[in-house]
Design a protein around this ligand. Structure first.
Ligand code: UD2
Length: 324
């Protein structure tokens, strides 16, 4: 099935998860417009599509009205039919230091996207939500019914944005699916900042033979899901009716300790990096893993890339990125 008549807007499409979603939508034949302010994403992530006739890049920000920014792309490809909304302030610690900015980008930004959707009769919005909405003390595995009591402004704003999605669906008929991502990893995840994903940091350090720091005792767990699996879940919800009106966790259902992931990374990279332990990071949750029932039932979702395979692909990317 191709989607040559479907014009999709991907906000944050130059970023890590957004750009993989763009790759998939382009491969499916959609017309794709990316709106991104390049605050954390890069044009290099979209290099394959730069001159493609079905692709448009729009420099713009969800903290401003997006209608004007989108005008040229709409004139070229026609009205927007569906929106994948990734543009966000993505770091939990930054939201704790600066809650107002987080509201402006993550909550007001989502509301602007919904306003655009309402005014332009967009059929559906898929929203990148997060496992950060859950109560730290919620028993694992977390299901969508688990207590949502966020421990950061980031989690609060993602949860509030979900409520807005529901509101716009009820009042204006803008359909939505909110996907609560677990720990996403893969190529293009930037290892350079202190709040980057643990896998991107450890692979980068292991490839360079530099020291790896495990916070706490390393027995804390996460559910690591590979980025192309996440992009598949987004595309399934976005391009049809699957998951309409639903909030769905996206992970693998596999719980892995940070110690285990460290050992696997060191073996794969044939690395002699030293490993040191440091005190637990404030606000870190102890265990995180999702149930899979809802994602399977509503999206037919299953993670195809297992951890070993995903780490192999990501390590290959890290090595290429380091040599260029
Ligand atoms: C993830 C998401 C975050 C939010 C949150 C919800 C990422 C990058 N972040 O945060 O956006 O959705 O889940 O709960 O996916 N660690 C080390 N050494 C390091 C870095 C990390 O030991 O150098 C540990 C860290 O203490 C934690 C685990 O690795 O126990 C995962 O850390 P993370 O920053 O990759 O992701 P997390 O779960 O804090």
């Amino acid at each position: 099935m191709t989607f040559s008549d479907t014009h999709v807007l991907v906000t944050g499409g130059a970023g890590f998860i957004g750009s993989h979603t763009v790759d998939l939508l382009m491969a499916k034949g959609c017309k794709v417009s990316v709106l991104d302010n390049l605050s954390s994403g890069t044009l290099a992530n979209l290099a394959s599509w730069e001159n493609h006739p079905r692709f448009a890049f729009v420099g713009g920000d969800v903290t401003q009205d997006i209608t004007e920014a989108m005008a040229a792309a709409v004139a070229r490809h026609g009205p927007i039919h569906r929106i994948a909304h990734f543009a966000a302030q993505t770091a939990v610690p930054i939201s704790i230091d600066n809650p107002v900015t987080d509201i402006e980008v993550n909550l007001c930004g989502t509301t602007r996207v919904l306003e655009y959707a309402r005014r332009n009769a967009v059929a559906k919005v898929v929203f990148a939500s997060s496992s950060a909405v859950y109560d730290d003390d919620a028993p694992v595995p977390v299901s969508e019914e688990s207590s949502a009591r966020p421990s950061s402004p980031y989690g609060i704003d993602k949860l509030a944005a979900e409520i807005y999605l529901d509101y716009y669906a009820r009042l204006y008929g803008v359909k939505f699916t909110a996907l609560r991502f677990m720990n996403v990893y893969g190529p293009r995840q930037d290892p350079s900042s202190w709040y980057s994903g643990v896998i991107s940091i450890f692979l980068d350090r292991a490839a360079a033979g530099e020291q790896i720091t495990i916070f706490d005792d390393g027995e804390q767990t996460r559910d690591f899901v590979y980025v192309t699996d996440v992009a598949n879940a987004v595309a399934t919800a976005l391009l049809g009716n699957a998951g309409d009106g639903a909030i769905i966790n996206i992970g693998t259902g596999v719980e892995v300790t940070i110690n285990e992931i460290t050992r696997t990374i060191l073996t794969l990279a044939k690395s002699r990096s030293a490993v040191q332990y440091a005190p637990a990071r404030a606000g870190d949750i102890r265990r995180s893993v999702t149930t899979m029932d809802k994602a399977t039932a509503l999206l037919g979702f299953q993670a195809h890339i297992n951890l070993r395979e995903g780490l192999d692909h990501t390590l290959a990317w890290v090595r290429t990125a380091k040599s260029t």
